[in-house]
Design a protein around this ligand. Structure first.
Ligand code: ZN
Length: 440
């Protein structure tokens, strides 16, 4: 069934390519592409001359433009806030062979910044609408849809550009990139007024997992600050949300705070104002209250534009940070590869536990460690010559069968010192290997 669907999609895609090629021939009349005098003059200024910022190895030539127009095949992952900017920037810069993938559909709240979408597009797939828009607007450009998230990186892309909003999806992509492929991955991310762009050369420079500590799991204020030393309006709102709500149960016992219920937000807002007044803190508003309760980070169109528009003659080496929360601050640094990175080093990581540790402790370590941040790890090991599933969460029947293992010790489970453990998780397409080192 899957195969059938895939070949159907492929055929649809092929037909679309044929249609577009025919269209280009008709439009252009030249038999190749639709061009007009001076169309690429602005791009040629960059490609056919050197300048103070050009890379030492860069040789100005007319071939670069031909490569961009005719050969270079780019994969854009994500057609959301960053993705719209990326597709527009790439298409206008002369890249024509662009593939895009995005599984999301358009929501009305996207329209303020995802400018390739119109109100009539709400509910339609982002990738389709974005591709149609750019293809219709920019003559000669043909963006092609990919219908599945790529396990198809062997399809010889020259560059992969990521505009994703999820760390798990990024890590998955990162895991797919094979060090032997040397397909550069250009990754961008934005959050409110902050953003970053980075270049990853698989196996050569730091990958996403090498620098996982840069993505803190979630912004949480320390409890002592919230409880006794608030300095920000957010601290006051968190105080009401975390401490007052369960204590005062304003809407009855067991009623969970609902960020979409205006009465709930109003209550939190009023109490937060009182708390803020006690500490001479200003800035608590209804909107902020809702934002903190629902953990909304506002998306800012200009940040997407800046991050997507980053370009340099000398390749970014390899991590750029941008922040315009207060004034403008930006700098670059070289993120370093981690010797024992779980994603790109291909060295089994050591896990240090005592034989009397419970399996639950190991599971907690895999999800809580800042350098691993797994979501729902599935653990298997070879015990007495047999492959044994120690714990697996994603299939209910297996979860039920393996749950008792969580409270057993590693010794009781038959694990030994130096034992290899295989761990599968949503954050990587590969099975990760760990080596169990017993501590005494
Ligand atoms: Zn790495």
């Amino acid at each position: 069934m899957n195969l059938l669907l895939c070949s159907l999609f492929r055929e649809k895609k092929r037909r679309r390519v044929v249609e577009l090629t025919e269209k280009m021939v008709v439009d252009g009349g030249s038999g190749r592409t639709c061009e007009w005098d001076g169309r690429w003059n602005h791009i040629k200024k960059f490609l056919e001359r050197s300048g103070p910022f050009t890379h030492p190895d860069f040789e100005p030539s007319t071939e670069s433009l031909q490569f961009m127009l005719e050969t270079c095949k780019i994969l854009v992952i994500g057609a959301g806030g960053l993705g719209c900017e990326l597709l527009k920037d790439l298409a206008l810069s002369g890249f024509r062979n662009i593939h895009v993938v995005d599984m999301d559909t358009i929501d009305v709240s996207n329209l303020n910044r995802q400018f390739l979408f119109r109100p009539t597009d709400v509910g339609r797939p982002k990738a389709n609408v974005a591709a149609d828009f750019v293809n219709n607007r920019i003559p000669g450009c043909y963006i092609i849809l990919e219908f599945i998230y790529p396990s198809f990186i062997h399809l010889e892309f020259h560059i992969i550009v990521c505009g994703l909003d999820s760390i798990v999806a990024r890590r998955w992509m990162n895991g797919i990139l094979n060090p032997s492929s040397i397909i550069p991955l250009i990754d961008g991310g934005t959050e409110g007024f902050k953003g970053n762009a980075r270049v990853i050369l698989p196996g050569m420079t730091a990958c996403i997992d090498c620098t996982l500590e840069l993505y803190p799991p979630q912004i949480n204020f320390p409890m002592c600050t919230i409880a006794s030393m608030p300095r920000l309006p957010e601290h006051c709102i968190e105080y009401v949300r975390m401490l007052l709500w369960p204590k005062e149960t304003p809407f009855g016992d067991g009623v969970v705070l609902d960020g979409d219920d205006p009465e709930h937000i109003q209550w939190v807002y009023q109490r937060s104002l009182e708390r803020a007044a006690d500490f001479n803190i200003t800035g608590v508003t209804y909107r902020l209250t809702q934002g903190v309760v629902k953990r909304i980070i506002p998306a800012v169109a200009s940040t997407n534009a800046v991050i997507a528009g980053k370009s340099a003659y000398i390749p970014l080496n390899n991590y750029m940070v941008f922040n315009d929360v207060d004034g403008l601050y930006t700098y670059t640094f070289e993120a370093e590869r981690k010797e024992n990175c779980s994603a790109c080093s291909q060295v089994p990581l050591d896990l240090h536990f005592s034989p009397s540790s419970k399996l639950q402790e190991m599971l907690d370590h895999l999800t809580e460690s800042a350098s691993l941040q797994m979501k729902s790890p599935a653990l298997t090991a070879t015990v007495e010559g047999k492959n044994k599933t120690l714990y697996l969460q994603s299939v209910a029947s297996i979860e039920q069968r393996t749950r008792p293992n969580l409270s057993k010790t590693l010794k009781e489970l038959g694990l030994s010192d130096g034992q290899e453990l295989a761990v599968a998780d949503a954050t990587t397409p590969q099975t990760m290997l760990f080596r169990l080192c017993f501590t005494s």
